[in-house]
Design a protein around this ligand. Structure first.
Ligand SMILES: [Zn+2]
Length: 444
């Protein structure tokens, strides 16, 4: 079989594979696995519990402390005939109430949603892997049967805690707890988790894995739905915006009234004084390296990629050499202080970095051929600008971006990002600062 046919066969096999509403009983916290009115502790409320409680109340049998706690249906601290009434009411409620709307399964990191419509049809949705399994529901007593379009039916006993919470006891598995989210249908939609900045760098929004979100200290729910995102606020209002992804770190939302917002993923981690944004090591005017950060030269990744680029350029008749590569903290300190002595601080800051703020200290940046104005517009500069991304580099300080990068145009200064990130940044047409939603400004 050729490769294409094999891929097609694999795709068909994957599509036909029955997708069950997999639920791992082991994932259930034993502490949470108790239901009020479930006297015998089998995680369902039924006739057996009523018989057990009746026999206890008639003095025919004793019960354990744990059983007594669960048997106290009305929570008044004593087990008596009122609890038997409560147990019957609970049982009737469980039998007569079928969920509707969108419900989040609170276990499994909140990545699983259930949709129940009024015709007893619905879907299980896994947001993290994008699977969507339709089902048809039948209900007999407190027992639900999910007939999956993809395979055999699976059963679960339902127990309601209140109008917005219920638990399912899956056949052969533990309890799964559900919380009401919305009457808006949740469907296979964009996966949103992570921290983003909106329209530049001002506002930061965090999307949790359980589709909670927080913005400016306010929490609310977000519900991705096909190519839209619903925002569900605490006051009961909601709004929907259409979703379109620009690349893996960027998306745009457009609301019905025409407002749009650009979202840039920005996960900042600082370890030993070294800042990474979305996994990319950053040294600029905002983010500095500690004086102890010392790769002792250009990194092997940089050197390997540079050799590849140099050879490709040579094939085009272009000669590339490194005129300034790695610079230590102390060397940069000396260099900067010399420039300040000659040109003054304000001027020096436009073309030379303060110690700790130079990208040359990362071992991932270098100046090619000549770090001087005459290099601008040469065939070598043009070749670099056009081709460096193919080898994992970007021109770090592009023309007319001084207010963003903090530096004047430097067509000779390349930064190694790796091929995937270099292509993403190149294709975006943005500077690295814009691409990552960060600033480059001295704080002092
Ligand atoms: Zn440089």
């Amino acid at each position: 079989m050729n490769k294409l046919k094999m891929l097609a066969a694999a795709a068909i096999a994957a599509a036909m594979l029955p997708v069950f509403p997999t639920y791992n009983a082991e994932a259930t916290d034993a502490e949470d696995s108790s239901l009020r009115c479930d006297v015998n502790g089998d995680l369902t409320i039924g006739a057996a519990d009523m018989v057990m409680l009746s026999r206890y109340l008639l003095g025919a049998q004793g019960i354990t402390a744990a059983e007594a706690e669960r048997a106290d249906c009305n929570g008044d601290g004593t087990v008596d005939a009122f609890d038997l009434v409560g147990l019957r009411e609970q049982y009737v409620y469980n039998c007569s109430h079928i969920p509707q709307g969108t419900w989040i399964a609170e276990d499994m990191n909140g990545t699983r949603y259930f949709w129940f419509d009024e015709n007893r049809e619905g879907t299980f949705t896994r947001c993290d892997n994008g699977t969507l399994t339709p089902f048809r529901l039948t209900s007999t007593g407190g027992k639900l049967t999910f007939a999956l379009s993809s395979g055999a039916p699976t059963g679960a006993a339902i127990s309601w805690t209140d109008d917005t919470h219920f638990s399912l006891k899956w056949d052969g598995a533990g309890l799964e707890n559900f919380r009401y989210v919305s009457d808006v249908r949740f469907d296979k939609g964009p996966y949103l988790s992570g921290t983003y900045v909106i329209d530049g760098r001002e506002k930061e929004i965090s999307f949790g894995t359980n589709y909670s979100a927080s913005l400016s200290g306010k929490s609310f729910n977000v519900l991705p739905q096909r190519d839209a995102v619903w925002f569900l606020y605490d006051d009961g209002t909601s709004e929907a915006a259409s979703f379109s992804r620009t690349d893996k770190n960027h998306f745009v939302l457009k609301w019905q009234d025409g407002r749009t917002a650009n979202f840039t993923r920005r996960e900042i981690t600082v370890k030993d004084g070294i800042t990474c944004v979305n996994g990319i090591l950053v040294a600029n005017k905002t983010y500095s390296l500690p004086s102890t950060y010392d790769p002792k030269g250009l990194t092997p990744e940089f050197s390997k990629a540079f050799t590849e680029m140099k050879n490709a350029a040579a094939d085009d008749g272009i000669g590339l050499t490194i005129c300034s590569g790695y610079r230590s903290y102390s060397y940069q300190k000396q260099l900067y202080e010399n420039y300040v002595a000659v040109d003054g601080k304000a001027a020096a800051d436009t073309y030379s970095a303060r110690a700790g703020h130079s990208e040359h200290q990362t071992g991932l940046a270098a100046d090619i051929n000549a770090a001087e104005e005459w290099f601008i517009g040469t065939p070598e500069a043009k070749w670099l600008d056009k081709n460096c991304w193919k080898y994992g580099f970007i021109i770090r300080y592009p023309e007319e971006k001084q207010d963003i990068t903090g530096y004047i145009y430097e067509p000779w200064h390349v930064r190694y990002l790796g091929k995937e990130n270099a292509k993403l940044v190149h294709d975006s047409g943005l500077t690295l600062e814009e691409y990552l939603g960060i600033d480059s400004k001295y704080a002092y």
